[in-house]
Structures are given as structure tokens and as C-alpha cells.
Design a protein around this ligand. Structure first.
Ligand code: GRF
Length: 203
């Protein structure tokens, strides 16, 4: 399966996926990495091993819709089976969503529907929850609202700062992303109303 990965940051989730893809049994390859800004470490990681990369900045386009159409076009060229948003900090527009219906997934660092948005771990800490985690879901036109494919939990410890909690979440989040994407490309998945269901290998 062909994976396109969208990033805005360091790309540790991307790096974990790339490492998994080194094993042919994993069944996937990263064919394109798109960033929405300069200076994303993940773009360099991908370039180093010859993966196609692109930087598409909203500010380079007169309108947000034009950026969205350019993103949809660039992604379509790569013919991905799955688009993985891994720390991508822009909402996708209608052109991109329409180009890959039900095939764009995002990893978020909270247990949705609690703490959507870009400050998930800080919000969880401020609220005082005892369990935090990460959610992998199918992207729709809302913010962190799509059907949930997988969730993993980590404890919030008494001495936690935003940094220590985020790091604990990210370790679990990367493992979840790698495992779930592997299962999705090998066995497929289906949607039933609000529920996203991973097919079992026997299906
Ligand atoms: C992840 O924790 C993701 O949930 C959040 O940003 C982080 C991305 O980290 N939206 P990285 O760039 O993959 O290291």
C-alpha cells in the first residue's frame, strides 16, 4: 500500500512509520511527505532516504481553498491508498477530503472526544485527568471529530509537566499508529455509523 504522510513538526510518527515500512511484511511504503511549513525535521528524514517531499504553505496561496486544491492535486499525483496526517496542524479542506473519502487518518494526542485541538496534553493536565492517551481517527470536516480507529491510554503521573506527559503519550501514540496502519493496509476496515471497525485477518 502507498502511504502519503502530512506533517508540521519533527516527524517522529513519520519516522516510526518509515521504520515499520522497512519490513516487507508490513505491506506499506511511504511514497510522499507533505509539510505545511519550512523547517519540519520530517521532510529531511524523508529526503535522506529518497522519498518524494513537498512543502505547501497556506501563505503562498491567495485563498485557503487554493491551498487545499493544490494539496489535493499533489497528493493525488502520488496515488496514495491512505493519507496519514501525523502532527499536521492545518484543517483539511473540501477538495482534499473529497479526493480521498474515508482514507485520510489523523493521530491526535488526547483521548477524544476529550481535549480536541492543538493543546491536548496541556488541556488534559490542566483538567486534572488521571488517564491521557492518543486517538487515531478518520478525518472528516470537523476538528478531531471523525470515527475512531484506535485509542491507547497512558497514566498521568503526579509530577508530570506538559513535556513529560507529551513524551509518554507520544511513545504509545507511535506504536498505535504503526500497528493500526499495518492492520488497515493488510486487512482493511469498515465504517458503521459512528464506528470504525478494523477487519480481522480472517474476514
Ligand atoms: C503528535 O503527538 C500528534 O498527536 C500531535 O503532534 C504530534 C506530532 O509529533 N498533533 P511528530 O511531529 O510526529 O513528532
Amino acid at each position: 500500500a502507498r502511504l502519503a504522510v502530512l506533517i508540521s513538526g519533527g516527524g517522529s510518527n513519520l519516522a516510526a512509520l518509515m521504520e515499520a515500512c522497512e519490513d516487507p511484511a508490513y505491506g506499506a511504503n511511504v511514497v510522499l511527505v507533505v509539510a505545511d511549513r519550512d523547517g519540519c525535521g520530517g521532510v529531511e528524514i524523508a529526503k535522506d532516504v529518497g522519498i518524494d517531499t513537498a512543502v505547501l504553505k497556506v501563505s503562498d496561496y491567495a485563498e485557503r481553498n487554493e491551498w487545499d486544491r493544490a494539496l489535493a492535486a499533489r497528493l493525488s499525483e502520488a496515488q496514495p491508498d491512505l493519507v496519514v496526517s501525523a502532527g499536521f496542524l492545518k484543517m483539511l479542506g473540501s477538495a482534499t477530503l473529497a479526493a480521498f473519502p474515508g482514507r485520510i487518518i489523523n493521530t491526535h494526542n488526547s483521548l477524544l472526544p476529550a481535549f480536541p485541538g492543538i493543546h491536548g496534553p496541556a488541556d488534559a493536565l490542566a483538567y486534572g485527568v488521571k488517564i491521557a492517551g492518543a486517538t487515531l481517527f478518520i478525518v472528516d470536516d470537523g476538528m478531531d471529530t471523525g470515527q475512531i480507529l484506535a485509542q491507547c491510554a497512558v497514566p498521568v503521573l503526579d509530577g508530570d509537566t506538559e513535556e513529560t506527559l507529551l513524551e509518554r503519550i507520544k511513545v504509545a501514540e507511535r506504536a498505535q499508529l504503526v500497528q493500526t496502519v499495518g492492520a488497515m493496509v493488510r486487512d482493511g476496515w469498515r465504517i458503521s455509523g459512528r464506528r470504525a471497525i478494523l477487519n480481522s485477518p480472517a474476514d
